[in-house]
Design a protein around this ligand. Structure first.
Ligand code: OSB
Ligand code: MG
Length: 366
């Protein structure tokens, strides 16, 4: 199949509630949607690069540049081959999130063309995926406790809270006092250094599922030293850029668990490689989130159906983030914390084109 048209749309959508991490507070979702058209079908991908270069060096502007100056012109008129896409953009160094968005659209298109749900096409085996929530830093501990209560009540199977210096051990202590039994974890987004080792050891007594990315975003060595001192497993997010990283981190015992985000690792194919590597090494994985709209969320659901996704991911109901989503069907979670894998072809959710056009602030067609 020959690609007839590639459309890039930069969309802006307010969050229902702000989301705060150790690197700042966000009130609005910015994303680039990639639409690839061919034979009357549209494949969709969502770029998770944020408005600013804080989670990673990529942001909406760098992703727009890479997609519009390199990726989209090369795709337009070429053959649709999701499997060979990574090698076709390998000479572009880095820019994983930009590449992943285009690859995601190709996979959706391919699955739609084959009349198959994407999750089946990539080898998924789970008909439903286990859901957790990620709760940002709040204005007060009381507000956090209230939010946790709501999400526990909603049935989520894992609660993750964001921590940073000044919002950590005492907060976790209060959460544990009120919720002694819930499956709880923390994510620091690299807010600490090795000087904080003793302080971080204070988290060891709260029976946490894991501590996510406490240290430097480019490090395995210090994490492996910290892991030796801790009972609680470490989980790496930012540090894992591809399957080789996953292998090295696991071999060095820098972590006991890995968070997979297809944007961070450069696409679905590489995400599957990270998954397979971890499975081979006996390391469980879970699917991370980047506050995606429905399109990106649908791709996360497909990925999470792979066998070694043994821990509930940060894949939760779309209504937690947006009043009106980029897909028509609302992505919902059952009362006991599951999302049912869709049975429709491709990502399995229909895009709301009218709404997407209304929230588009910049558009380019190739
Ligand atoms: O570190 O997992 C992270 C959101 C933005 C940037 C980084 C992260 C997050 C989340 C939110 O934790 C996960 C979600 O609900 O999509
Ligand atoms: Mg994280």
């Amino acid at each position: 199949m020959k690609i007839e048209r590639v459309t890039l749309r930069h969309i802006r959508l307010p969050f229902v509630h702000f989301f705060e991490t150790s690197f700042g507070r966000s009130h609005e979702k910015n994303a680039i949607l990639v639409e690839i058209q061919c034979d009357g079908l549209s494949g969709w991908g969502e770029c998770v690069a944020d408005e600013g270069p804080f989670y990673s060096y990529e942001d909406v502007e760098t992703a727009w540049h890479i997609l519009s100056d390199y990726v989209a012109p090369a795709l337009a008129g070429s053959l649709t081959q999701a499997e060979s896409f990574p090698s076709s953009v390998a000479r572009i160094r880095g820019h994983s999130m930009a590449k992943a968005a285009a690859e995601a659209a190709l996979w959706d298109l391919e699955a739609k063309n084959k009349g198959q749900p994407l999750w089946r096409l990539i080898g998924g085996t789970r008909e439903r995926i286990a859901c957790g929530v990620s709760i940002g830093i709040q204005d007060s501990p009381e507000q956090l406790l209230e939010k946790i209560g709501i999400e526990v009540e909603a049935g989520y199977q894992k609660i993750k809270i964001k921590i940073k210096p000044g919002w950590d051990v005492e907060i976790v202590e209060r959460v544990r006092k009120q919720f002694p039994e819930i499956p709880l974890m923390v994510d620091a987004n690299s807010a600490y250094s090795m000087q904080d080792t003793d302080h971080l050891l204070g988290l060891d007594k709260f029976n946490l599922l894991m501590i996510e990315q406490p240290l430097y975003s480019d490090d395995f060595i210090e994490h492996s030293k910290l892991q030796k001192a801790l009972r609680t497993p470490l989980c790496l997010d930012e540090s894992i850029r591809h399957a080789r990283d996953a292998r090295h981190a696991c071999e060095m015992h820098a972590c006991g668990i890995i968070n997979i985000k297809m944007g961070r690792v450069g696409g679905i194919r590489e995400a599957i490689r990270v998954h397979d590597t971890c499975q081979e090494l006996g390391v469980p994985v879970w699917c991370g989130g980047m506050l995606e709209t429905g399109i990106g969320r649908a791709h996360n659901i497909a990925l999470s159906t792979l066998e070694n996704f043994l821990i509930p991911g940060d894949v939760s109901a779309a209504k937690r983030y947006f009043e009106r989503d980029t897909v028509v069907q609302s992505i919902e979670v059952t009362a006991d914390g599951w999302i049912i894998a869709p049975s429709e072809p491709g990502i399995g959710y229909e895009t709301d084109l009218e709404w997407i056009e209304r929230i588009t602030v910049r558009k380019r067609v190739f």
